[in-house]
Design a protein around this ligand. Structure first.
Ligand code: KG4
Ligand code: ZN
Length: 347
């Protein structure tokens, strides 16, 4: 089927979202977030997030249909994030989507949220090149993927051996007293500071470890080094140079991510790098990727901020790819998978 109309539903973490995509065109896009309810706890509370999904599900889906001037009978298929994510949150979205599919007699696709983050770039840049590399940087994932075919074949080229970049930012943000999620605060303060003020380690880039793990990442050393440095300053009674810390941290992380990703492109002969995930909203990473990409003749496709953070369009877009490619829908009893591996595209 060409130009399928797909309703995408997302509920992996703290966003309840729904969107309609026709082919590679975004028709409607609705996001409700429970982020404010978690801020005072310093992280997402699964129980609160699940309740928020249960409340927002029907209003969000009906608004997405309404904005598209459609009813459920107009869609060709429903796609929903089946993982990875918080189990209780996934259960709400998947159960709701299954009920809609069953009542309307529509095929349903349980898709991988992380692959959705890279699929969404097609709404802005068009179809994928046939064989390409993708850098995924979200709250829970930092990985370099080889995308042979976004509907059938994705391999992991490299991944973080410990913390994800987003996790590392969120933890340091907490030390600096920023509310959850801390990433955007580090971004903002980093723009005001000196990126070379503090020496922040660049994990797995030097010597033997660097050679053994050319495309893997490690951010726990970064986190520890910055935490120790802050403690040292505090113990000495010095004022904490927040802007400089943020700038140095952001520069170090962006440099490692961009350098490894672009080297991967050269190694795999990819003239394009697809970038996705909530952390790709980070301004220092965006600038660094475009800079290193230009130096090496790699076109970097980073979506606009609205499509970087969790949304329903990414789910609908991957669903549209699956329908168009003739991939079989998921079984009506498909499970959720909170630790879904990155080489699983749909269940
Ligand atoms: O993809 P995402 O929305 O959720 C997951 O699927 O994990 O990613 C959320 C992560 C959080 O760690 C958040 O702090 C980070 O993305 N983030 C940022 C920025 N915007 C979001 N990190 C740094 N700079 C930003 N501007
Ligand atoms: Zn995400």
């Amino acid at each position: 089927m060409s130009e399928p109309v797909v309703l995408g539903i997302e509920s992996t973490c703290d966003e309840t979202a729904a969107a309609i995509v026709r082919g590679r065109t975004l028709v409607s896009n609705v996001v409700a977030s429970s982020m404010q309810e978690h801020a005072r706890y310093g992280g997402v509370i699964p129980e609160i997030a699940s309740r928020a999904h249960a409340e927002a599900f029907v209003p969000v889906v009906s608004k997405a249909l309404h904005d598209a001037d459609m009813t459920l009978s107009d869609v060709d298929a429903i796609a929903v994030s089946a993982g990875p994510g918080l189990a209780g949150c996934l259960a709400v979205g998947v159960s709701g989507a299954k009920a809609l599919a069953w009542a309307a007699g529509k095929p349903i696709y349980g898709i991988n949220h992380v692959i959705g983050h890279i699929a969404v770039t097609q709404l802005q840049f068009g179809a994928f090149p046939e064989d390409t590399l993708a850098l995924i940087v979200s709250g829970g994932h930092t990985s370099l993927l080889h995308v042979k075919d976004v509907t059938r074949h994705v391999d992991v080229v490299g991944t973080t051996l410990d913390d994800a970049a987003g996790e590392c930012f969120d933890k340091i943000a907490r030390l600096l007293g920023f509310p959850y999620p801390g990433g955007p605060h580090i971004d903002r303060h980093g723009q005001l500071g000196d990126p070379h003020a503090i020496k922040v380690p660049q994990g797995l880039t030097q010597g033997r470890a660097g050679k053994q793990h050319p495309y893997d990442f490690s951010f726990s050393g970064v986190k520890t080094a910055v935490a120790r440095w802050i403690e040292g300053q505090q113990a000495a009674g010095h004022e904490i140079p927040v802007d400089d810390i943020c700038a140095s941290l952001a520069d170090s992380v962006a440099t490692v991510l961009a350098t490894k990703a672009i080297h991967g492109c050269e190694e795999y002969g990819s003239k394009t790098l697809i970038v996705g995930g909530g952390f790709s909203a980070n301004s220092q990473l965006r600038a660094k990727l475009l800079e290193v990409g230009e130096e090496h003749g790699v076109a970097v496709r980073i979506p606009k901020i609205k499509l970087c953070t969790d949304n329903g369009a990414m789910v609908a877009m991957l669903g549209s790819n699956l329908v168009e490619a003739g991939v079989a829908p998921s079984a009506p009893d498909f499970p959720i998978d909170s630790t879904m591996p990155l080489n699983v595209i749909s269940v």
